[in-house]
Design a protein around this ligand. Structure first.
Ligand SMILES: Nc1ncnc2c1ncn2[C@@H]1O[C@H](COP(=O)(O)OP(=O)(O)O)[C@@H](O)[C@H]1O
Ligand SMILES: [Mg+2]
Length: 225
């Protein structure tokens, strides 16, 4: 199996007004293609910080990350933008769908941005809608969809550009228990079908059995469970 991610000795210290807070201390782990990792831990333990650093949305204070073949801790902004757009699929707690676009259009957009022609973008977006069981909702706007449906579209959008790695930050955090279970099942199934790799972080300990590996963060330290 090929290595998709290598995280080596990452430290993150937030400093403000003379106070410094060490959120991550010597975090190291790796991930192979097709594997998924679940990271649980109490609110405020540094899960989002770690995911944002791996996604190139935030800088580490020290340490090295090699993701999808790029040493992202040393990339210039242009290459980092390409990495975020092409190699990573983000799913957040809030869906961030564009309210003036239909479900289908929300899925076509990332494809058009990365250079797909309109017809092929529409065809692939339609397939993605089918994959998340929402073809019937293709003309609906986000406000006309339920919370669970919106999150399913957000998952489809994250998969649209065939990213090498999915980064999911509390993807079911806004859903009730029934929808949360359904969205979790779908997410893990699609990641498997697409032979994707995923890091999912959540404070919801019931998710933990789903990934290939389970870790937690406590007092800045990364630990296997
Ligand atoms: N930009 C920031 N400046 C200072 N402290 C921050 C910043 N972002 C997050 N933190 C702090 O870092 C810690 C970890 O935050 P976060 O990664 O969001 O935790 P989690 O996602 O596990 O809930 C928290 O104590 C939070 O207050
Ligand atoms: Mg968080």
């Amino acid at each position: 199996m090929s290595r998709i991610l290598e995280v080596n000795n990452i430290n993150k210290i937030y400093s403000s007004e003379g106070e410094s807070l060490q959120v991550l201390s010597g975090v190291s782990f790796s991930l192979n293609q097709g594997e998924s990792i679940v990271i649980t831990g109490e609110s405020g333990c540094g899960k989002s910080t770690l995911l944002n650093i791996i996604g190139g949305l935030d800088d580490a204070t020290s340490g090295e990350i090699i993701s999808c073949g790029y040493k992202i801790t040393a990339l210039d902004e242009e290459k980092l933008t390409f990495y975020r757009k092409k190699e990573v699929g983000f799913i957040f707690q809030f869906h961030y769908l564009l309210k003036d676009f239909s479900a289908l259009e929300n899925l076509m957009l990332p494809l058009l941005i990365t250079g797909h022609k309109r017809t092929s973008a529409k065809e692939y977006a339609t397939q993605l809608l089918n994959d998340v069981g929402l073809y019937e909702r293709r003309k609906h706007y986000p406000s006309q969809l339920s919370g669970g449906e919106r999150q399913r579209i957000a998952i489809a959008r994250a998969l649209a550009n065939k990213p090498k790695i999915i980064l999911a930050d509390e993807p079911t955090g806004n859903l009730d228990e029934k929808n949360s279970m359904m969205v979790q099942e779908l997410l893990f199934k699609l990641v498997e079908d697409y032979k994707n790799s995923m890091i999912l972080v959540t404070h919801d300990a019931t998710i933990k059995d789903k990934g290939s590996y389970h870790y937690t963060i406590k007092n800045g330290r990364f630990m296997s469970l």
